[in-house]
Design a protein around this ligand. Structure first.
Ligand SMILES: Cc1ncc(COP(=O)(O)O)c(C=O)c1O
Length: 413
């Protein structure tokens, strides 16, 4: 590997052997340090155009990647003159060919490649649905063993565009946090490797390509960045990408202001940030969590243990740019999502619809001025178009009789 990893706490740098944490035990998100300070765009059809700033050596070929386009019709409805859409999903009219329809596929490509380059084993992924689908697709294409742990509510989202032989799917009772707990226990077994979530530099830098693609297309770092967040990893990734672009020297000197949204009534990040508190206090920030999670439409935005407090995490990202957070009702998200679909011809994921509503709220409250340069991250969408193109294949859940005894002991299948 040409890049290094740096611990945000002790500042030590070291070669990347697939670490998810500082070898000296410090608690913080490692960051990849790339030798190329200026970004050179490679001649690749998808995400690996940005391989200079991805923690991989080899570059698998894929069409999957982010696209950026200027919005005219939706922008007019919102009242903005310089609105750009960063889109990850399936929309041939925008040259967007991500078959699993969300930016989670941008995490999966470099994560699977880095895993192959640094050790192998079975990658264990806990998911509310979209991440699992992305990893199933990429693992199938790249011949990587993956074990997915998904709450029963998310099962119908686990499909691939072609049969995936090397994917094992376990369904658990409860929500995303319960899936994480089961996955953590399975990772205590030899040969099962945690993909690491926000701690994995490949996941963050993969998602950061949305921001890179936008800055390259626009020609500068946008003034504002808008996204629906669950863990906040995508937003941390945008912040880190902006820091690299500032160091590059050709895209401007100012961080974008982050405008991040969650789906009411489950809004722990909104609640903690509005109090400018570094800690999430469950009784204050997510009372009646289970009930609240059941009530949201965008359940991929429900994460009870987001990387918010950790050094290099979301609190630091919001603090660095004077960020803003929004709580969005199901009704507001639905109507903003329909407006986006009507004007841009792409059906957004419910999480992206939350971002559309947050943009409307930010403009309404005067947080974003009408001539500002704005990047709206449509983190998923194009499900209708993908179903016209592919006969998608549901991934079968493993039957209890087929679950290896060692896993059974560790899980609640
Ligand atoms: C479509 C979509 N948008 C947004 C998010 C939130 O991303 P993050 O957990 O990085 O905040 C997710 C998470 O799964 C997602 O699937």
């Amino acid at each position: 590997m040409n890049h290094l990893l740096r611990c945000p706490v002790c500042g030590e740098t070291f070669p990347d052997h697939g670490e998810l944490a500082c070898p000296d035990g410090h608690h913080g998100l490692l960051r990849a340090i790339y030798p190329e300070k200026q970004l050179t765009i490679r001649d690749e059809p998808g995400i690996f155009r940005y391989a200079d700033w991805l923690p991989v050596q080899q570059v698998p070929r894929t069409q999957s990647g982010p696209v950026t386009f200027r919005s005219l019709e939706f922008a007019k409805e919102v009242g903005l003159s310089n609105l750009w859409i960063g889109f990850t999903g399936y929309a041939p009219h925008r040259s967007a060919f991500v078959p699993t329809c969300s930016f989670k596929e941008l995490e999966a490509w470099p994560t699977v490649q880095r895993q192959k380059e640094t050790g192998g084993g079975t990658l264990v992924v806990a998911s509310a649905g979209n991440t699992g689908r992305a990893f199933a697709e990429v693992a199938g294409t790249m011949n990587q063993q993956v074990l997915l742990v998904v709450p029963k509510r998310g099962l119908e989202r686990i499909w691939t565009s072609a049969p995936a032989e090397n994917v094992t799917l376990i369904a658990v009772d409860g929500d995303y946090s319960d899936a994480i707990a089961v996955a953590d226990r399975i990772c205590e077994l030899p040969g099962y490797i945690p993909e690491g979530g926000a701690k994995n530099v490949a996941r963050r830098d993969g998602m950061g390509t949305v921001f890179l693609d936008a800055a390259v297309t626009i020609g500068s770092i946008p003034d504002h960045y808008v996204q629906g967040v669950g863990s906040g990893t995508g937003a941390i990734a945008a912040w880190e990408a902006a820091l690299r672009l500032i160091a590059d020297g050709r895209f401007g000197e100012r961080l974008p202001r982050l405008h991040l949204a969650q789906n009411l009534p489950f809004i722990p990040l909104v609640s903690a940030w509005q109090a400018r508190r570094r800690e999430i206090i469950p009784e204050i920030d997510m009372p009646h969590a289970e009930e609240a999670i059941r009530a949201v439409n965008a359940d991929v935005l429900t994460n009870r243990k987001p990387p918010y407090t950790v050094p290099g995490g979301l609190f630091d990202a919001l603090s660095a740019c004077g960020g803003q957070m929004y709580g969005i009702t199901n009704a507001a998200a639905e109507s903003a999502g329909l407006l986006f679909e009507k004007t841009e011809g792409i059906d957004p994921d419910p999480a992206a619809a939350v971002a559309c509503a947050a943009l409307l709220a930010a403009v309404d409250r005067g947080e974003i001025g009408e001539d500002a340069c704005v990047l709206l991250n449509i983190t998923g969408g194009g499900y209708k178009a993908v179903l016209e193109k592919y006969q998608v294949v549901p991934v079968e859940t493993i039957r209890p009789g087929e679950v290896p005894a060692c896993i059974l002991e560790k899980s609640h299948v």
